[in-house]
Design a protein around this ligand. Structure first.
Ligand code: NAD
Length: 496
């Protein structure tokens, strides 16, 4: 674990003006533009990043293509790639305190969560794909005796990686690690409000021995740098996590450019369903509160729609309120805070807009609903619960991506299934029940990429993550993710 003394020391480090990372070299954006880095902890600027544009994206893609064609990474033995990536994972682990504190200053996630979920998780992901890559075999087809059919797996070439600000390192590593392990060269476009840790990650990759040009980072806005990456004619694939509207744009960019493949991990409105026969209602309430409120609700799989069976509704709501009021919102660099800052002032304003609309539509505010700790100058929001939510309300349909929970009531299992699936999303879900048959029926009936049973969240790197319906397609994590970054080539050989 990280100590408070270490956090306090690291949080005073000067960050200064951060440049792009292209072809193994730090450089300014062409034209020299930069963007301030505002910390949501106190609303103050503590650094700047280069504001990259289309010309910078082009430089990075050219560098990635050159490195790919050269072959010192793409055609290196899997054993060599494993060695470099293992060293990379070790360096990320060694620098975990520095990366965690830097990330928290940037996006406001509480440090006790960020430390594990960002650098340590990223290091684990890099190690997992390093270990995996020399165990991925091609295939021999079952052909007639006079031919040999071989199925080779080859890297795609240049992969663009675009990620959101809530967990840039963890989510970035889910794409960066399998793409690199498979031999691709990458261009990363970090989120403009949380770029610092991904820039540092690229430096650590270089220190581990990754050849120049294999890992490039272009910071800048989504609408300029992100769009340029999406439209680039020499990018073979885009691995994206973020919002639905931007995901749709990336599909358009692909259609308008070179038909690059696009993998989308988008939002969710995940149902968390508590049956009266849940094994431990108190524990279910505590885990459910954490499942929506940690990182100020800025978690793609957050259980933002709570469905509670009518017979236990009142008692469960009491437990939920108790668990919620115990959560301490505060300085995310203080180890005692359970919840840190909302990532930006804009996101906080957006969250409060959802609160106003829920009240207007007739939901009942149980707790929270307001900005707090205003004296800090930062962006903090009280964990917010609405009940009497109905399925037509905005709060039951749209993703807030903030600490706002909507609670609905159900009577029967059929009604729970209907409500759970009454959404355009299908990312995550949970079912709390001690009846094994109910659990298995619900796992089959819910249209979502993950169904937790008697828990919420916490799935490790060994299992896939991704969505059904408008939550996207193309899975992150597990051995399946490697398939996204490789292509199949058939060799059909006449044996005479
Ligand atoms: P966002 O879509 O606004 O931004 C994501 C990234 O896309 C950023 O790097 C941004 O710069 C870039 N971008 C923005 N406009 C672009 C454009 N026109 N072209 C190319 N790139 C562009 O999302 P956000 O606000 O950063 O993150 C919140 C969203 O991410 C939520 O909807 C959340 O559910 C989703 N998310 C999903 C998962 C998952 O695994 N499914 C995980 C975390 C977050």
């Amino acid at each position: 674990m990280i100590s408070q003394d270490t956090i306090d020391t690291l949080s005073k480090a000067e960050v200064g003006a951060r440049q792009l990372f292209i072809d193994g070299t730090q450089m300014d954006a062409q034209g020299g533009a930069s963007l301030p880095v505002i910390s949501p902890i106190d609303g103050r600027s503590f650094a700047s990043i280069a504001d990259g544009g289309a010309a910078d994206i082009d430089r990075a893609v050219v560098s990635a293509r050159k490195a790919f064609e050269k072959g010192s990474w793409s055609r290196a033995t899997p054993a060599f790639r494993k060695k470099v990536l293992t060293k990379f994972a070790e360096l990320v682990e060694k620098h975990a305190p520095e990366l965690a504190v830097l990330g928290v200053r940037d996006n406001g996630t509480e440090i006790n969560m960020a430390y594990k979920a960002e650098p340590l998780s990223a290091a684990g992901t890099i190690r997992y794909y390093a270990e995996a890559i020399d165990k991925v075999y091609g295939e021999i087809a079952p052909t007639a005796d006079n031919v040999l059919g071989l199925i080779h797996k080859e890297p795609l070439g240049v992969v663009g990686v675009i990620v959101p600000w809530n967990f840039p390192l963890m989510i970035g590593a889910w794409k960066i690690a399998p793409a690199l392990a498979a031999g691709n060269a990458i261009v990363v476009k970090p989120p403009e409000i949380a770029s610092l840790t991904l820039l540092r990650l690229a430096e650590l990759a270089a220190e581990a021995g990754l050849p120049e040009g294999v890992f490039n980072v272009v910071t800048g806005s989504g609408s300029v740098a992100g769009e340029a990456l999406g439209l680039h004619m020499d990018v073979d694939a885009i691995a994206f996590t973020g919002s639905g509207p931007v995901g749709r744009r990336l599909l358009e960019y692909s259609a308008r450019s070179n038909l690059k493949r696009v993998f989308l991990e988008l939002g969710g409105k995940s149902p968390n369903i508590v049956f009266a026969n849940a094994p431990d209602l108190k524990q279910a309430a505590v885990v459910s509160a954490n499942g929506i409120f940690r990182n100020s609700g800025q978690v793609c799989v957050a259980g933002s729609r709570l469905l509670v069976q009518a017979s236990i509704y009142d008692s469960f709501m009491d437990e939920l309120l108790k668990a919620t009021t115990k959560l301490k919102v505060g300085d995310p660099l203080d180890l005692s805070s359970d919840i840190g800052a909302v990532s930006s002032a804009e996101q906080l304003t957006k969250n409060l807009g959802f609160v106003a609309k829920a009240e207007e539509e007739g939901a009942r505010l149980v707790t929270g609903g307001e900005r707090i700790l205003t004296e800090t100058g930062g962006s903090y929001m009280a964990p917010t619960i609405f009940d009497n939510v109905t399925e037509e309300m905005q709060l039951a349909r749209e993703e807030v991506f903030g600490p706002v929970l909507g609670v609905l009531r159900f009577e029967t299992e059929e009604e729970a299934v209907r409500l759970a699936n009454a959404t355009v999303y299908g990312l995550a879900s949970a079912v709390w029940t001690s009846n094994l048959s109910t659990a298995h029926r619900m796992v089959r009936a819910i249209n979502a990429g993950v169904v937790h049973v008697n828990t919420y969240g916490g799935a490790d790197i060994t299992v896939p993550l991704g969505g059904f319906k408008q939550s996207g397609f193309g899975r992150d994590k597990s051995l399946h993710a490697i398939e996204k970054y490789t292509d199949l080539k058939t060799a059909w050989i006449a044996l005479g």
